[in-house]
Ligand binder design. Structure first.
Ligand code: PEP
Ligand code: MG
Length: 580
């Protein structure tokens, strides 16, 4: 049994089989081989070895012919030696532990790699050997799976996905109904994997260095997404304890969702608070309704663009926006203009930059790509005829940008008018407050924006100068830092003074820890991942505005994020002890 610690990013406990995504989506089931099938499995492994050795020998031959003076063939001869060396241990574990050949191969290679990388390697020799072992593993698994790739037990079950990192397009390609949990080496609380996991109520831990080396596909693992713990190959006692915890967490989630669904979203003293949902795909609108969302506060449209060769047309986008508006049945839907760049370079549209988080992203990129911008605006405007649409611009840092973006909207409106297309001429246009300049000068932006929506995911990273997806500095990513809290309060105040609605759509708004504090700052509109709605509602229904103000005042008097979190934990624990 091995216990590893990372950053908890999506609460809940789950026990299951590990699935290593980085290994070409091979699954390595650890099912025990039936005693009578052991010899057949040994034979299957030996056949795979023969086939791989033959394949590599072919490669060697080709290389010798095409590059007689090169020494690349030596590397491949080395691979043959590695394969042969593996045979006795793998056969032994099939016979002795009844491992499947896939699991035995994967386990043995992982152990070897671990050993190699645990030593100092000034010459880079070990690193090269690791690459050789990895290559051999892939070849062997490809052949083994090639013969039984889709066997029922192999591909059908649910599992816990392990990856170094998950790009947005990788996550888009995953069948989410088969994912029990996520564990990654990179990333922080606002990385895309984390947001996705929370959106789907999937427990997740990120930032565990080298975890894809520690774990073999098929290992039994426990993911505690509340505490940020991963347990590999738990012993019987631990398994029993976590099975009970898993069950009680699921029933708590279900209970809270059922308990809260029909309850109005208001504080204990009856002040209404908008609880909206963040979605990334149109299909998620239905789930948002089931959780009782009062609308969509953030529709991240970049995920419609995840295939660079197939950018969505105006018609496709229009249909998607309209479907969300119709699903929300008259409730507000805030569609965010494309926010491509940095962590969300979904379609490879942004070009590489030295510092992409400070580069051409969000609205800045849209001004450069008028084709994308105008197409999207046409689609959003046309869809606005079918519900209560609102449009929002990302990464605004100056008033000029808001004016310029609005001028383009006005131009597109004229164009649509001339074509006789219908749209809502009053569609509100707002801005994200996620850059310090926008937050500090929010009052100025209010002169042009119909509403503000605070994007804490970016705002915290820019205020703290901490890359939001860099696990090495994750402890410095502090939404509870006094600087962040002061700034949030000043944005909310600026909106109130200018009579502009202020919402929050960053992950902070979906963390029940901050609900009372934000209410106390005067926030009355929270947009959160759908699965967080019941918990946030539970907290806001149990405090009065006067209590929330007191909590906000107390928190603002504290000197650092740790004390703020400790103080808020103590307060929130009394309302939802199950979350801590
Ligand atoms: C934010 O920055 O808080 C936000 C909601 O946008 P995203 O996470 O998509 O950058
Ligand atoms: Mg953002």
């Amino acid at each position: 049994m091995q216990i590893l610690k990372g950053t908890p990013v999506s609460p809940g406990i789950v026990i299951g089989e590990a699935f290593l995504l980085d290994f070409e989506e091979f699954r390595m089931p650890r099912r025990a081989v039936e005693p009578e099938a052991i010899e057949a499995e040994v034979q299957r492994f030996e056949n795979a070895v023969d086939r791989v050795v033959a394949e590599i020998s072919e490669d060697v031959k080709r290389l010798e012919e095409s590059m007689p003076d090169g020494d690349l063939h030596l590397i491949f001869n080395g691979h043959i030696a590695i394969v042969r060396e593996l045979v006795p241990t793998v056969v032994d574990s099939i016979r002795k532990y009844r491992f499947t050949p896939e699991h035995a191969v994967s386990k043995k290679i992982r152990q070897t790699i671990k050993l190699l990388t645990s030593r100092d390697d000034p010459s880079g020799f070990a690193a090269r050997i690791v690459a050789d072992f990895t290559d051999v593993e892939k070849r062997l698994l490809r052949v083994l799976f090639g013969r039984r790739g889709d066997s029922k037990s192999g591909a059908a079950g649910k599992s816990i996905v392990f990856a170094r990192d998950l790009t947005p397009s990788q996550t888009m390609a995953l069948d989410r109904t088969k994912i029990l949990g996520f564990v990654t080496e990179f990333g922080g609380k606002t990385s895309h994997t984390a947001i996705l996991a929370r959106a789907h109520g999937i427990p997740a831990v990120v930032g565990i260095a080298d975890v894809t080396r520690e774990v073999s596909g098929g290992d039994t693992v426990i993911v505690d997404g509340t505490k940020g713990i991963l347990i590999v190959e738990p012993d019987g006692e631990t398994l029993k304890k976590y099975r009970a915890l898993e069950k009680s967490f699921i029933s708590f989630e279900k209970r809270t969702a059922e308990e809260m669904r029909a309850q109005p979203s208001e504080t204990r003293d009856g002040i209404a608070v908008a609880l909206l949902a963040n979605i990334e795909l149109p299909e998620e609108a239905k789930g948002a309704r089931e959780f009782g969302a009062g609308g969509i506060g953030l529709f991240r449209t970049e995920f419609l663009y995840f295939d660079a060769r197939n950018l969505p047309t105006e018609k496709e986008q229009f249909e998607k926006y309209r479907s969300v508006l119709q699903a929300m049945d008259g409730r507000p839907v805030t569609i965010r203009a494309l926010d491509i760049g940095a962590d969300k370079d979904v379609a490879g549209i942004a070009s590489p930059e030295r510092n992409p988080f400070l580069g051409l992203r969000g609205i800045r990129l849209l001004f450069e790509r008028m084709d994308l911008f105008r197409t999207q605006l046409r689609a959003v405007l046309r869809a606005s005829a079918f519900g209560k649409a609102r449009l929002m611009f990302p990464m605004i840092s100056t008033l000029e940008e808001v004016k310029q973006a609005k001028a383009i909207v006005a131009d597109v409106r004229e164009e649509l008018d001339a074509e006789g297309a219908s749209f809502d001429p009053e569609m509100p246009i707002g801005v994200m407050i996620e850059v310090p300049s926008a937050a500090i000068a929010a009052d100025i932006l209010c002169s042009e924006a119909d509403f503000l929506s605070i994007g804490t995911n970016d705002l915290v990273q820019y205020v703290m100068a901490v890359d939001r997806v860099n696990e090495k500095i994750a402890p410095l990513y502090q939404p509870g830092h006094p600087a962040v809290l002061r700034l949030l309060r000043s944005v909310i105040d600026a909106g109130a003074r200018a009579e502009r609605p202020v919402a929050m759509c960053g992950e902070m708004s979906g963390d029940p820890l901050f609900t009372a504090l934000l209410l106390g700052f005067g926030l009355r509109s929270f947009s959160v991942v759908p699965s967080a709605i019941p918990e946030v509602k539970k907290v806001l229904r149990s405090v009065t505005i006067a209590e929330a103000k007191q909590i906000a005042q107390d928190a603002l008097a504290l000197p650092d994020a740790h004390q703020v979190v400790e103080y808020l934990t103590e307060k929130t624990k009394r309302i939802i002890p199950e979350l801590f």
